[in-house]
Design a protein around this ligand. Structure first.
Ligand SMILES: [Mg+2]
Length: 264
């Protein structure tokens, strides 16, 4: 059972999945883009050149290609889109990450996934990483779009996804959290900005230097960066006294080593 860490300002940590809990450098994102282009060519009849341009345009205007296509009147179900785009991904590129697992297990607060991806993809990626059981809840495409399978025409229900504020409202309600006591990590600047607007404490993943987007920035989600940049997750407040911070970090290192030693 999750419990609230006494002095931590966060009761819950919400994580994006793709390019946040595994690196974009393994190439899954590029395969997704390639598969979307193929979908636009094979299922919608666009030329190769038009497909890539349209994918970028629809992402900017509607949050995803599926959302854009349906808004334009293409009668494409979420199931056929996701099975085409995600179903053929080389998931073997996502390797078990024991250090990430140990990091997550060292965090006592509730931990929730909030992804635009469909549930099948989310479960597959979490299983490959070996961290599915670290999360209490998965908020995904199906959570944000429960009425989509019942639509009688493509534009009846607009597809809701991050960074739409309505998507965040649904997620905050589904997670039953106080956004001011919740930490949200995502690699998308647009998602982090929207999360901030909704009152969440935000972490931009993939940037080592904090800019004006988000409350924190981390190059990647691992124990070294999180314990250094956001020690308050573990109930340690950032202190002006550097000796106190270094002592705190040593304690966190010891804690994480203990988890590694157990190897669970
Ligand atoms: Mg992401």
């Amino acid at each position: 059972m999750a419990f609230r860490t006494k002095s931590s300002p966060f009761d819950c940590i919400i994580f994006d999945l793709d390019d946040t809990l595994y690196s974009s450098s393994i190439g899954i994102g590029n395969y997704v883009k390639k598969n979307i282009d193929l979908f636009l060519i094979e299922k919608c009849g666009f030329s190769q050149t038009k497909a890539s341009t349209l994918r970028v345009q629809l992402f900017k205007s509607h949050g995803s290609t599926l959302a854009g296509l349906r808004a334009l009147g293409y009668d494409i179900t979420a199931e056929e889109y996701h099975s085409f785009v995600h179903g053929r991904l080389p998931y073997e590129l996502i390797k078990p990450d024991i250090q990430l697992r140990n990091l997550l297990r060292s965090i006592n607060q509730r931990k929730i996934i909030f992804t635009n991806s469909d549930r099948i993809h989310a479960l597959e990626a979490l299983d490959r990483l070996g961290i599915r059981d670290c999360f209490e809840q998965i908020i995904c495409f199906e959570t944000l779009n429960p009425n989509l399978p019942n639509s009688t025409r493509p534009d009846e229900f607009p597809v809701l996804l991050k960074p739409s504020l309505d998507a965040f409202r649904i997620a905050i309600q589904a997670a039953n959290v106080d956004p001011h006591r919740t930490l949200f990590l995502d690699d998308s600047v647009r998602n982090v900005a929207a999360g901030k607007e909704m009152g969440l404490n935000t972490v931009l993943v993939g940037e080592s230097v904090k800019n004006n987007v988000g409350d924190y920035a981390v190059e990647c989600v691992n124990s070294v960066t999180l314990t250094k940049v956001i020690p308050e997750i573990w109930g340690n407040r950032v202190d002006e006294d550097e000796r106190k911070i270094s002592r705190t970090n040593s304690e966190l290192d010891a804690l994480l080593s203990a988890y590694t030693a157990v190897g669970a």
